[in-house]
Design a protein around this ligand. Structure first.
Ligand SMILES: O=C(O)C(=O)C[C@H](O)C(=O)CO
Ligand code: ZN
Length: 274
């Protein structure tokens, strides 16, 4: 079963006046991971699409998606898939890959229908693509690891870069995940925005009772949303992004836009935030 929800882009002036429910309806995606289903959120932020496929021991096929008016979803798109569940298989174009928890699969433009099997819980990200780059399975051992932050400032973390220019070539898609060291949170100070790119986050690896306070908004108009495990945030180009959690959590960041430069950020010092 395939369900697709469309999210339009929101102007910062509009977001300022939103109450909690409206903020959540526009910027949070709940309930993407459902057994036996593929659920997509097709956004108007750089046409970036996020979603999930949970085969639950069966077989799910992602092929035509009406929203793109192409014969197959990946006809003019690339895709990054992260397995946040147990071992699962993904097949496309006659090839098949086994993904363990935390593995990432890149599928290039024109990869064709995508089949999901096994006990994987697959987080899906996709952006329009102008060229075809080879499909590739990327494990944590292949990822570039960047240590950031310090325990003294409560933000010690490891940034694992998977679909990233230092690892492989893609069109627009840049993806990886950040693991917090025990006792640290993603306060990512100084905060930043990047008008050239949107970004989406999936919080995972949390227990049921845990929550992350995700911070968003223009730097002088910050808001927060309370986020549970396997829920995703859409972060507009004008928004800061960080999240302080209770208990352990990891977050997958994925982005698309005018450049693939992960370090292209406009910093905002803590004293300037409101
Ligand atoms: O600070 C981190 O840790 C991040 O993972 C930062 C995000 O990926 C980001 O905002 C990149 O633009
Ligand atoms: Zn960012």
């Amino acid at each position: 079963m395939l369900t697709v929800e469309t999210r339009h882009a929101v102007h910062a002036d509009h977001a300022k006046g939103m109450d909690t429910d409206t903020l959540r309806r526009h910027f949070l995606s709940e309930g993407m991971f459902r057994a036996g289903e593929i659920r997509l959120v097709y956004t108007h932020y750089d046409r970036f699409t996020i979603g999930a496929a949970v085969p639950d021991g069966g077989k799910l096929i992602l092929d035509k998606v009406e929203e793109t008016r192409t014969d197959t979803f990946l006809e003019r798109r690339e895709m990054g898939i992260v397995n946040v569940g147990e071992t699962g298989q993904v097949s496309a174009g006659g090839d098949s890959w086994t993904l363990e928890r935390g593995d990432v699969l890149y599928l290039g433009r024109g990869a064709g229908a995508v089949t999901f099997e096994g006990q994987g819980r697959f987080y899906l990200t996709s952006a329009p693509a102008h060229a075809t780059f080879p499909n590739r399975l990327i494990t944590i051992n292949d990822a570039v690891k960047v240590e950031m932050g310090e325990a003294a400032t409560s933000n010690k973390r490891i940034i694992n870069q998977f679909i990233h220019p230092l690892v492989m070539e893609s069109c627009q898609l840049v993806l990886g995940y950040t693991q917090l060291v025990d006792g640290s949170v993603w306060n990512t100070m100084p905060a930043h925005v990047h008008d050239r790119r949107m970004e989406a986050y999936l919080y995972w690896g949390m227990d049921d009772a845990s929550r992350v306070m995700h911070f968003m908004g223009e730097p002088q108009e910050t808001r927060h949303m309370v986020v549970a495990n396997e829920e995703a945030i859409l972060s507009p180009p004008w928004s800061i992004h960080s999240g302080a959690g209770i208990g352990g959590y990891t977050f997958i960041w994925a982005m698309a836009g005018d450049n693939v430069d992960y370090t292209d950020m406009d910093f905002v010092q803590p004293g300037e935030l409101r």
